[in-house]
Design a protein around this ligand. Sequence first.
Ligand code: DLL
Length: 432
Amino acid sequence: MIWDPENECMDPEQRRELQLHRLRSTVARLAANVPFYQQRFAEADVSPLDLKSVDDLRYLPFTTKDDLRETYPTGMIAVPLSELVRIHSSSGTTGTPVIAGYTRRDVDIWAETIARTICLGGGTSADILQVAYGYGLFTGGLGLHYGGERVGCTVIPMSAGNTARQVMMMRDLKSTMLACTPSYALTIADEIVDSGMDIEQLHLRNGLFGAEVWSDSSRAAIESTLNIKAHDIYGLTEIIGPGVSAECGCSCGLHICDDHFIPEIIDPETREVLPAGERGELVFTCITKEAFPVIRFRTRDITTLHYEKCECGRTTTRMDRVTGRDDDMLIIRGVNVFPSQIENVLVNIEETLPHYQLVITKEGRLDVLEVQVEVSSEIFADTIRGLEAVEDKIRRELASALSIQCRVKLVEPKSIERSIGKAKRVIDLREE
Ligand code: DLL
């Protein structure tokens, strides 16, 4: 089911006109109400009337996470603070949080974009939606909650954690749809297997998983253990939270709500806009939000955009799955290493499970990267020689993929800490 066929299947030319109209009015409002943008627009010498087509977006200045931190807490809010009905926030890895404010209309638009996400993921008003994203300042829980109610699902606001109880409720209340981070879905899947529950006792059909990078092997493990179709859903606090884009049943990228958020891909070095089909940093401009619209926000997420109509009938722009962020990059002995490169090696090694952690330390002046990865209990019970042979294989594959030597440690199933929210894959113990 398509939640909003009028907007999701709109003629692309007509959508561009709508985007231009909304972009101009957002720019005009920001120029009038937010000193940060007043100054940036003046420096760039642009005014709303200069925008003749959506392509002229490229003349507008970027907004970065640092800009949002520098205007903490409410310097970017474009309405009187009394008009806010909700605050969310993302803490990120360092320092000052980003504060996202929503007016009543923003909360309403958000419920609409999540309603699209839920329908993209195969949901209807008949679904029983178990929300196991965290409730609170994080946008996952409440975001999915209001979207679920908008569609007319029966929403179970479990929040994250208490896994045995999640599984009990899932069975007893016959949940048909699960929404949580992919790493938490794996934790739930483990709990089901460990409890010896027969999967036939569950009624799950679809899952809405996102908020972190996840691999095809995690997807396969989630789909087979929970016996569902897993859909990737994407979003970020700075733009609205979840509800920015989601995969339909065709598994050919994530449909972006581009009548609300205009996407662009830039080269992160030169900051030039790249043509369709090229990989680069994803940038979003909010064109319908009242309280906290950002212009050309640099997400640091790396992906590609596609503009052809999808087989599902929607005409919205699609993005490939996000496989990493450009600030995830680790520098190990001077070599750039992305955790996703390591994950790609591990998923192709039959003996490993989809749980791993990267621990970086210093020995003398040298950076040491240790890749800890779980293997099944059968492998773990093998002879020392057998284990060494697996370690050796992983070490060789990693060395050829990364061009650096790293240590490999095979660990027992469940020894890597399970997350209930976003998984923590990297532990960097080097001194700053
Ligand atoms: O993670 C919002 C969200 C909640 C999305 C629930 C999906 C489901 P933040 O905490 O601000 O917001 O983190 C945003 O998480 O820039 C990406 O790097 C990453 N991310 C989000 N969804 C995906 C995904 C929420 N599907 C940051 N695949 C983003 C890969 C994702 N990375």
